[in-house]
Design a protein around this ligand. Structure first.
Ligand SMILES: NC(=O)C1=CN([C@@H]2O[C@H](COP(=O)(O)OP(=O)(O)OC[C@H]3O[C@@H](n4cnc5c(N)ncnc54)[C@H](OP(=O)(O)O)[C@@H]3O)[C@@H](O)[C@H]2O)C=CC1
Ligand SMILES: O=C([O-])CC(=O)C(=O)O
Length: 271
């Protein structure tokens, strides 16, 4: 059975661990880690059958087949190369880290050299299958429009740097417009999906991102519009925010779980 180690015991990490614990994912949860020890304890208290050891990444990678990152973009730098050097496959949620082209190339090379897979789930968006198919031919444009309730954007470096008072926003307001390369750095905990779209489609510079704060919303909305040789499509998802972290949509957790379930399934649907 697949042995899994997980870094980041927050919202997504807890959902994944529970899904392993209750058998939704066919795997053994061998090890977990988080820099925040309270989150580790909280997660452990939710598990009924699994008894993962708490260990740091250097020890963890000696005991697992696959490392799951659901922590932060900085964690990708800290843990993914270590895991690949140790011949572990990896699944990454903080995909925005790959706007750093050097990191992306390093991880790609390391994965090839060590014959490892790097899984990037669709996360909180829908339509990655269509974009993947479309990218076999010419794509003319890709635009992501993300709308969140103002509280879902709190703490983003862009909001802090520009001294935007989210409490004072009373109507639908465009907060940011620019390339995905800038969006994922300005909003590292809000639009990792822009990175996954960029890697699947036409890259970080050509992918356009618009971020809207909308106090009328209770859900996180992502709309993707794509034009290419195939024709055009628009997808829209209205995501229920995770109760423990309104920045992250529940669908992101479910997407991580689905990606891990797929590993043990002989039938693979979708592009
Ligand atoms: N691809 C996608 O579609 C999506 C991606 N995401 C991304 O997935 C990641 C996890 O999301 P979520 O579970 O909601 O986040 P949470 O904030 O709920 O949990 C993350 C946990 O990881 C810990 N952590 C952060 N950095 C490190 C590190 N370097 N080493 C060890 N622990 C660390 C955090 O600690 P602390 O509290 O101290 O920061 C926190 O306990 C985030 O980067 C998020 O932006 C989220 C939604 C969708
Ligand atoms: O969960 C979401 O709605 C999207 C998100 O936070 C991200 O891509 O980082």
């Amino acid at each position: 059975m697949l042995s899994i180690g997980l870094i980041g015991c927050g919202t997504i990490g807890t959902s994944i661990c529970k899904a392993i614990d209750d058998g939704t994912i066919e795997a053994e949860l061998v090890a977990i880690y988080d820099r925040n020890l309270d989150d580790v304890d909280k997660l452990l208290s939710t598990l009924e059958r699994s008894k993962p050891q708490v260990m740091e990444v250097t020890e963890m990678v000696r005991n697992i087949d696959l490392l799951v990152e659901c922590a932060s973009q900085e964690a990708v730098y800290e843990i993914i190369p270590t895991a690949l050097h140790a011949h572990c496959d990896v699944m990454i949620m903080s995909v925005g880290a790959f706007s750093d082209e050097k990191l992306y190339k390093t991880i790609r090379e390391l994965a090839k050299e060590n014959k490892c897979k790097v899984y990037l789930p669709s996360g909180a968006i829908v339509g990655l299958d269509g974009l993947k198919s479309a990218s076999a031919e010419k794509i003319y444009s890709v635009t992501l429009t993300t709308q969140k309730p103002p509280a879902g954007l709190a703490g983003a470096p862009y909001i802090i740097r520009n001294k935007i008072d989210l409490d004072k926003i009373t109507g639908k307001t465009v907060i940011f417009e620019g390339p995905a390369s800038e969006a994922v750095k300005a909003f590292p905990a809000n639009v990792n999906v822009a990175a996954t779209i960029s890697l699947t489609g036409i890259g970080f510079e050509k992918t356009k991102v618009k971020i809207v704060a909308n106090p009328a919303l209770t859900r996180n909305i992502h709309e993707i519009s794509v034009e290419g040789a195939f024709g055009e499509f628009t997808t829209r998802v209205e995501n229920v925010p995770s109760p423990s972290n309104p920045k992250s949509s529940y669908l992101a957790s479910l997407s991580a779980i689905a990606t891990l379930r797929k590993l043990s399934d002989p039938i693979q649907t979708g592009t």
